[in-house]
Design a protein around this ligand. Structure first.
Ligand SMILES: *Cc1c(COP(=O)(O)O)cnc(C)c1O
Length: 344
């Protein structure tokens, strides 16, 4: 067996959902877009439903269809991108609630699926999705008369608690939703941590469920163990890997391990990155290749069968830092080639 093993702890995901739920008085949904942040919606969806989530968010109608197949009838499934051309059949058949982003989307929706549930997405300052204040004030009475299932918006800077943008968006959202009877939702993971004012009626965490920052108290979810294929001694002056990017200054013991950028371990993480073995750090040397990475294992006496990139000693955010990115990107880049093991 040469494939690296990606172990996904479903009970940790359930524990993270319950921990985030405990931080608020309101309902807690689950954001499960992009195949549950790369961890597999077929397993993660039922685990979250079992933990108590009754409402789920996805990015695309196609993802909603897949999630409905997994969850069966009952739980609510909301679609951030709203109602796009060609979505009507999926929305109806899979009983999805599109988060309507514009006047055009509202017209498309009520024309194609009159009476079918929908929500409203407002732009409170991020300028990415949702109706802007002027558009909303023109449409508000007509839209509210159709009894949307929720009115929501999204925070741009919630992972920085002291950022002035948070307060600004909170004020804008409150202003835009004053007198609205439908449930209101502003907070994702970061917003939950900003405190009660940001919670409204419903939160919709994503990354915190999967063990990522800004949920610093998250239970780790992902472990990545990579088999060692070969170990060799490299003499001073010899080089390792593409472009001779590493040249040994002294005798160096080099392990070649079975994962690379085709598995989501992006080239940018070379240089800074370390793997671990029983608590020892093993520096990545040379270039990350498509299927292989080389490590300096001179610091350990044993020849390990496996080394670890993510797990007890290094979090997904530590690995993200090696590559100058965020945990979200590392998770959603995890490749299809791993042997995926789900533990409960
Ligand atoms: C992705 C997303 C979420 C979840 O965000 P996290 O930071 O992962 O908790 C919530 N709402 C919207 C609109 C999103 O796009």
């Amino acid at each position: 067996m040469t494939a690296a093993t990606l172990t996904i702890d479903l009970s940790a995901i359930a524990a993270n959902w319950r921990a985030l739920d405990k931080l608020t008085e309101c309902e807690t949904a689950a954001t499960i877009k992009a195949d549950a942040y790369g961890l597999g919606v077929e397993k993660v969806g039922p685990a979250l439903a079992e933990a108590g989530a009754r409402l789920f968010f996805v990015a695309l109608a196609e993802e909603g269809v897949r999630l409905r197949r997994v969850l069966g009838p009952g739980p609510g499934i909301c679609v951030f991108s709203g109602h796009m051309p060609g979505d009507a059949d999926m929305i109806r058949q899979a009983d999805l609630a599109p988060m309507i982003n514009s006047v055009d989307q509202l017209l498309t929706h009520v024309e194609a699926l009159p009476g079918h549930p929908f929500g409203i997405q407002l732009d409170s300052g991020m300028n990415r999705l949702g109706m802007e204040p002027a558009e909303w004030s023109a449409l508000r009475d007509i839209a509210l008369a159709q009894q949307p299932v929720m009115v929501m918006s999204h925070l741009a800077c919630a992972d920085e608690p002291d950022h002035a943008m948070n307060r600004l968006q909170l004020d804008t959202f409150e202003e835009m939703t004053r007198g609205v009877e439908a449930p209101r939702s502003l907070a994702a993971t970061g917003g939950i941590l900003l405190g009660e004012k940001y919670h409204f009626d419903l939160t919709r965490p994503g990354v915190g469920l999967y063990g990522g920052l800004p949920f610093i108290d998250a239970t780790p979810v992902v472990t990545l163990d990579v088999p060692v294929i070969q170990v060799r001694d490299v003499a001073a002056g010899e080089s390792v890997g593409y472009a001779n990017a590493f040249v040994a200054r002294k005798l160096t013991r080099v392990a070649t391990v079975a994962a690379g950028y085709a598995d989501g371990l992006i080239r940018a993480m070379g240089g800074e990155a370390t793997f671990t073995y029983e608590g020892h750090r093993l520096p990545v040397i040379g270039r990350v290749s498509m299927d292989l990475i080389t490590l300096d294992v001179s610091g350990i006496a044993q020849t390990p069968e496996h080394v670890q990139l993510m797990g007890q000693h290094q979090s997904v955010d530590t690995v993200a830092e090696f590559a100058g990115t965020i945990g979200y990107e590392i998770l959603t880049s995890l490749g299809a080639r791993y042997d995926r093991v789900y533990v409960t």
